[in-house]
Design a protein around this ligand. Structure first.
Ligand code: PLP
Length: 322
């Protein structure tokens, strides 16, 4: 091996500007970025055996605050339970660790990624001999669909891939393996020149985006697909349903046929990473006027105000880090 090769092999291959953070919480300890590695024989690398969360913390007048951290951690615990993983950490312990992570990394706004996965123990499909590890990562993550998305809207396409049927990949669990399907959708949409995909359910009705829930507005009525086992029950979805009702809109959960997308007045995506993003076209057909609509904008703006602690947190949705 010549010197140049020796040099290359000793270089860390996980230098990732944009998602780097000084400290990562790993099974109860704070460790440095370069130490937060896993072995190639980890069960998760072969079979997708992980469950995870995505939570955002925002800068508020009283310092950084997580939005609905409790509900996200409750869903993490539920996801682990569905996949028969013993977490070993309580909701309170994970809450404290999540807050300490923000303090240690001196972050004012961030995305938190709790990750639970099966490590090294055995190969094959019975993972019970593999230890369960819990990691918490936090980094400053900008707008998921781009800086202009919330203001200008994005272009979406109905995917040729569908969501898995209920009783196949449980969608109430936010499991790593589920996202192979979502990635196919996202890659197809991008390859065809769109920003995001819209997934249909097994019965051909509207399900959700590749990584966010979907809302369809007709007049003053805000529709979203009813829970059908085909999509993740988003915490943002729940927040938007609550907020829209507070704002006086008629909100309905039900089956949405694909063609309703092409005659909607407004369509928008909602999720933790995505936040609220108007959809301005679907399959190259303009949604409404092709501009973000008034109902979407009202909901988007009220939601942003709430996230940043600039309106009354009447439901206790913010967890202040300090
Ligand atoms: C497939 C999928 N649907 C919906 C959502 C929205 O969920 P939440 O609002 O809880 O982030 C996400 C994001 O986590 C997702 O990955």
């Amino acid at each position: 091996m010549d010197d140049a090769n020796a040099d290359t092999s000793s270089k860390p291959d996980h230098d990732a500007p944009g998602i780097r953070a000084d400290w990562i919480w790993a099974d109860g300890d704070f460790i440095g970025w370069d130490d937060a590695t896993i072995h190639v024989m980890s069960h998760v690398a072969h079979y997708g055996s992980s469950v995870f969360e995505g939570v955002r913390a925002y800068e508020t007048p009283q310092g950084p605050a997580y939005f609905r951290l409790r509900e996200h951690l409750e869903r993490l615990i539920a996801s682990a339970r569905i996949h028969r993983m013993e977490l070993g950490w309580s909701l309170e312990e994970l809450t404290e660790a999540s807050c300490e992570l923000v303090r240690r990394n001196a972050l004012s706004e961030c995305y938190l990624r709790p990750l639970v996965f099966r490590g090294v123990g055995a190969m094959g499909l019975d993972p019970t001999a593999c230890p369960v590890h819990v990691f918490l990562m936090a980094w400053g993550w900008g707008a998921y669909l781009g800086d202009q998305a919330a203001r200008l809207g994005i272009d979406a396409a109905v995917s040729s891939w569908q969501r898995p049927a209920p009783n196949t990949h449980p969608t109430m669990a936010k499991a790593g393996g589920n996202y192979i399907n979502a990635s196919l959708m996202k890659m197809e949409a991008k390859a065809n020149g769109f920003d995001e995909a819209i997934a249909l359910s097994v019965d051909g009705t509207v399900s959700e985006g590749s990584g966010q829930n979907l809302f369809v507005v007709h007049g003053d009525v805000v529709h979203t697909p009813a829970i059908d086992g085909s999509f993740l029950q988003g915490i943002t979805r729940d927040s938007i349903l609550t907020l829209a009702r507070d704002l006086g809109y008629d909100v309905r959960e039900g089956r949405i046929p694909r063609e309703a997308l092409y005659v909607a007045d407004e369509v928008f995506f909602a999720g933790t990473a995505t936040e609220v993003v108007p959809v301005r076209s679907i399959d190259r057909v303009a949604v409404g006027t092709g501009e973000p609509g008034p109902v979407t904008c009202v909901i988007r703006d009220h939601f942003a105000t709430l996230l940043r602690g600039r309106s009354d947190d009447t439901r206790g949705w913010l967890t202040y880090v300090d």
